[in-house]
Design a protein around this ligand. Structure first.
Ligand code: TMP
Length: 239
């Protein structure tokens, strides 16, 4: 594949142009950050696991009728995706209290929520990605009310599908974060990544953490945990 120009470099991924203006090449890196970039780490093998796991989830969701940006996986650490303009929102869905929700509401980590909780965060590094409601989103014109409804609907559908899929593999889907973008025609598309960097996965039997909390909380065995998720998804490592 022709090495196109670097379009964007984020904390965990790089985006490159391809010959097709509507398609970009994503390279998953081995770097990790947490707490607004205050904590940094290099985790050899993470990029490959997140590329494989993300590709798996996006393909699975597309099969179930959830349109998304994924085109195909190119190599262990690269995939092609449709080019979109990412909306500056993080859409979080929670099945159990953990992380910032447990802290904000004084709930014990692991408490089951009677129904999924959907939250929006404004992606803004200077502000530290604050929690926003629908009125804040309208005031800042971050998304239209229709787009907001659609994102919420898709996020809950993704939750239903991934929760069931992971349950069958002995994994609790505690919570996860999604991002959406607009394509050239202004169509809303699920984008970014879905991986142990952006989800909380707990082993159903032991409640052992199999996600980025191992890095955030210095628990060790980060990439090993990501490999375990890939193994539970039936993944093999060949090419
Ligand atoms: P939180 O409990 O820290 O708000 O995180 C909720 C979920 O969102 C969790 O699965 C981790 C994910 N997440 C990201 O993917 N990126 C982020 O920057 C943050 C803060 C959380």
């Amino acid at each position: 594949m022709n090495r196109g120009e670097l379009l964007y470099e984020g904390k965990a991924k790089k985006l490159f142009r391809t010959e097709d203006p509507d398609v970009v090449r994503v390279v998953y890196k081995d770097d990790a950050t947490a707490f607004d970039g205050k904590k940094k780490g290099h985790l050899p093998g993470k990029g490959e696991m997140n590329n494989r796991i993300s590709a798996f989830f996006f393909r699975y969701l597309a099969e179930k009728g959830v349109d998304n940006h994924f085109v195909r996986r190119l190599s262990p650490t690269e995939q092609l995706v449709r080019r979109v303009r990412i909306l500056p929102l993080e859409v979080v869905v929670r099945n159990r209290a953990a992380g910032s929700l447990a802290k904000r509401l004084g709930l014990e980590e692991g408490t089951s929520l009677p129904r999924p909780v959907v939250e929006f965060y404004y992606k803004n590094d200077e502000l530290g990605d604050p929690l926003v409601n629908e009125d804040h989103i309208a005031a800042l014109q971050l998304a239209s009310p229709d787009q907001l409804e659609e994102m919420k609907h898709i996020a809950l559908r993704v939750n239903g599908l991934l929760k069931e899929l992971m349950e069958e593999r002995g994994v609790i889907l505690v919570d996860f974060k999604l991002e959406f973008g607009l394509d050239r025609e202004g169509r809303l598309l699920l984008a970014d990544e879905i991986s142990p960097d952006t989800c909380r996965f707990w082993d159903a039997r032991t409640e052992e953490k199999l996600d980025k909390d191992r890095f955030r909380r210095d628990l060790g065995g980060v990439v090993e945990a990501y490999r375990e998720i890939w193994r539970r998804l039936g993944g093999e490592i060949r090419d």
